[in-house]
Design a protein around this ligand. Structure first.
Ligand code: COA
Ligand code: AMP
Length: 658
């Protein structure tokens, strides 16, 4: 990368790269270790390293007990605000510690020990935070599964993590409907191989279903409240720095999600450091990540980082719009004097679409807000300008991944507020050394030219320890493409001043409303339909969600199914197998898919046509007339979609029959 003279930030970044041992050892002093680490970094080989070897600590102790012991037990740790039910609950550090210790005791009473896995399938209620910290307290490894996934996805995660216990609730609330979790858990248990012996159920008044309804011979279904009430509080267990804290599954290029493993020591150090230096948050400040605990943003910035930093965190059950209106976020900021808000660009685009003049904002006092951080997907310059002008506080686009657990590039407001540049995620965060590489792994010499974004090894603390159950997959998925580097799977470029621009993925991962999905896994589901011969799923441009998944299918010879029926069945199949979160609604039925003479589907060309971008007909194309059919179908789709109401939300298009 270019060595731009960026003042204090530049000095800090340089020190983190030249003297990582001193840099991170200093950062580690902010935490309480039961055994201090003998070094910050132990590097055994280029691809094998440990942060804080010999160090022992407990993450839940550092997030809770440490602050209570320091005299801040009466400070608010967690605010639960449900726009869905109107409930508001505040828990002080002392109260949260009490509930976490008791629930940790309940887990232990149900046979959960150090190193055991616990799946947490909970909506946005305080119990999600309590369950995660309770696992951390007793050294159990949690794996949170997002509520918008179907039973099948839950089953895949159960089979991979092999948990003994599942912690869940009667359900979650989406606008206009309750999502009952217990039938989904039951189905997932039936589909999976049988490691689970206990399901702990949190009852929610508004949603039917309780543990008592699910008595089962092989699995004990127990009531959370009874178990918590009857449990003896558990003390924190001292964990080795590199012991796993959690597994979080994310989409890869295949249908099998990758279980990203996070450690205890490096994670706690990096997250605490990030709160001060990236977000400029001090103990007592109110920090709100409007995400979901099922995603990495929720893990890092609803649960762990704010509490490690002694701040107040908000768990918000609701949407940016419609619960009840586009002023929902501003109301929360006013009510709790939020200093920093972190959300996804989609949320901002949703507010803008409904309230372009920010009329709702005028109803609230949001002067407590000092910055808005956005991540999870590309922040388009239009949305950046709209938010920046309307909110009168810095809007920071920052870039990171489930794998890294915290920002790779950001404007580090706690170190130095750099100039923001629309379209750029600003500069590499201290600890990350980034190069742009060509396909052969050579550094791209020309500034401004896109290439593969790669991070030099070793990765800084807080990043992934590996992939659960497969050391080999970590190497092959991330470390072997460019020796000496971690391949991010993103492409982009630096400008002359060292600002990084993220331009897109280099693989089949797409990003829908900040949710990462694998087109490969969607294709696997479409091919389950007996009438489908071939298919391709692509991420096409979407004005609200950044991208959406669009499916292109051909029928098996002799299949006579009505095209509208097929489209509806395919949409239902994805919802059933992957979940509503895939938001899969676009199906185009073609006679043939555009392919090269060697049989490769021309995905890029299809995407360019759908997105209305200029394209050139590839010289290797098998039959150029197939593109005419595609264009015809896409044009018909555009007309049909605009004519269709949101009633079915399904767009089906059909190529001319020959
Ligand atoms: N449990 C069950 N279902 C869920 C769910 C959950 N936790 N979260 C979403 N869903 C469902 C929705 O109800 C919707 O179902 P539907 O097809 O029956 O309407 C579907 O999944 C798609 O949800 P979503 O992508 O949220 O779209 P939406 O049209 O309901 O809402 C926005 C649009 C913009 C309001 C919404 O996408 C949003 O708030 N985005 C912010 C992005 C964000 O926070 N990303 C997190 C990463 S930082
Ligand atoms: P996830 O692991 O779900 O957080 O998704 C990570 C991916 O989201 C990254 O690899 C990027 O492709 C994309 N992403 C995250 N943040 C940004 C950003 N600020 N700008 C552009 N893309 C982003």
């Amino acid at each position: 990368m270019t060595d731009a003279p960026l003042g204090t930030y530049a000095d800090t970044w340089r020190r983190s790269i030249d003297s990582p041992e001193d840099f991170w050892m200093e950062a580690a002093q902010g935490l309480e270790w039961t055994t201090p680490p003998r070094a910050a970094l132990e590097q055994r080989s280029e691809t094998d390293w440990t942060w804080f070897p010999g160090g022992r600590l407990n993450t839940s102790y550092n997030a809770l007990d440490r602050h209570v012991i320091a005299g801040r037990g009466a400070q608010t740790a967690l605010i639960y605000d449900s726009a869905m039910t109107g409930t508001r609950i505040s828990l002080t550090y002392l109260e949260l510690l009490g509930r976490v210790a008791k629930f940790a005791g309940a887990l232990r009473a149900n046979g959960v020990g150090t190193g055991d896995r616990v799946i947490i399938y909970l909506p946005m209620i305080p119990e999600a935070v309590i369950a995660m910290l309770a696992c951390a307290r007793i050294g159990a490894i949690h794996s949170v599964v997002f509520g918008g996934f179907a039973a099948n996805e839950l089953a895949v995660r159960i089979d991979d993590a092999r948990p003994s216990v599942i912690v869940t609730a009667s359900g979650g609330l989406e606008p206009g409907r309750a999502v009952e979790y217990l039938p989904l858990v039951q189905k997932a248990l039936a589909l999976s191989a049988g490691s689970v012996h206990t399901v702990l159920v949190r009852n929610r008044e508004s949603i039917p279903g309780s543990a008592a309804d699910y008595a089962d011979e092989s699995v004990s279904w127990l009531d959370w409240a009874d178990e918590e009430d009857n449990a003896a509080p558990a003390d924190p267990v001292s964990m080795a720095s590199e012991d796993p804290l959690y597994i979080l599954y994310t989409s890869g290029t295949t249908g099998n999600p990758k279980g990203i493993v996070r450690d205890n020591g490096g994670h706690a150090v990096a997250l605490a450091w990030s709160m001060r230096n990236i977000y400029n948050i001090s103990p007592g400040d109110v920090y709100w990540a409007a995400s979901d605990v099922g995603w990495v943003v929720g893990h890092s910035y609803i649960v762990y980082a704010p509490l490690l930093a002694g701040a107040t965190s908000i768990i918000y059950e609701g949407k940016p719009i419609g619960t009840p209106d586009a002023g929902a976020f501003w109301r929360v900021i006013e009510d709790y004097k939020v200093k920093v808000l972190f959300t996804a660009p989609t949320a901002v685009r949703a507010i803008r679409r409904v309230d372009p003049d920010l009329a709702e904002l005028a109803r609230y006092d949001v002067t407590s807000l000092t910055s808005l951080f956005l991540a999870g997907e590309r922040l388009d310059p239009e949305t950046f300008h709209w938010a920046n002008d309307g909110l009168h506080c810095p809007v920071v686009d920052h870039w990171w991944q489930t794998e890294t657990g915290w920002a790779i590039c950001a404007n580090p407001l706690g170190i130095e507020a750099l100039e923001t540049r629309p379209g750029s995620a600003t500069v590499p965060v201290p600890g990350y050394e980034i190069d742009i590489l060509d396909s052969k792994g050579h550094k791209v010499k020309r500034v401004g030219k896109d290439g593969n974004i790669a991070i030099r090894l070793p990765l800084p603390p807080g990043t992934l320890l590996g992939i659960w159950g497969s050391a080999e997959r970590f190497q092959s998925a991330y470390l072997s493409a460019f020796p000496g580097y971690y391949a991010t799977g993103d492409s982009g470029h630096f400008d002359d001043d060292g600002y990084l621009y993220i331009m897109g993925r280099t693989d089949d991962v797409i990003n829908v409303a900040g949710h990462r999905l694998s087109t490969g896994s969607l294709e696997e589901v479409l091919t389950l339909h007996p009438a489908v011969a071939e298919c391709a799923v692509l991420g096409v441009r979407d004005a609200l969600k950044g991208q959406r998944a669009a499916g292109f299918v051909t029928l098996k010879a002799g299949a006579t199914i009505n095209h509208d029926t097929l489209a509806r069945e395919l949409v239902a199949l994805v919802r059933e197998n992957v979940g509503p979160v895939a938001a899969f609604r676009d199906v185009t039925i073609l006679d043939r898919l555009p392919k090269t003479r060697s049989g490769k589907i021309l995905r890029k060309t299809i995407r360019q046509i759908v997105d209305g971008e200029p394209y050139t007909v590839p010289p290797t194309i098998e039959d150029p007339t197939v593109l005419d059919d595609l264009i015809h179908a896409v044009t018909a789709s555009a007309h049909k979609a605009s004519a269709e109401t949101a009633r079915t939300k399904t767009a089906v298009t059909t190529a001319p029959q020959h």
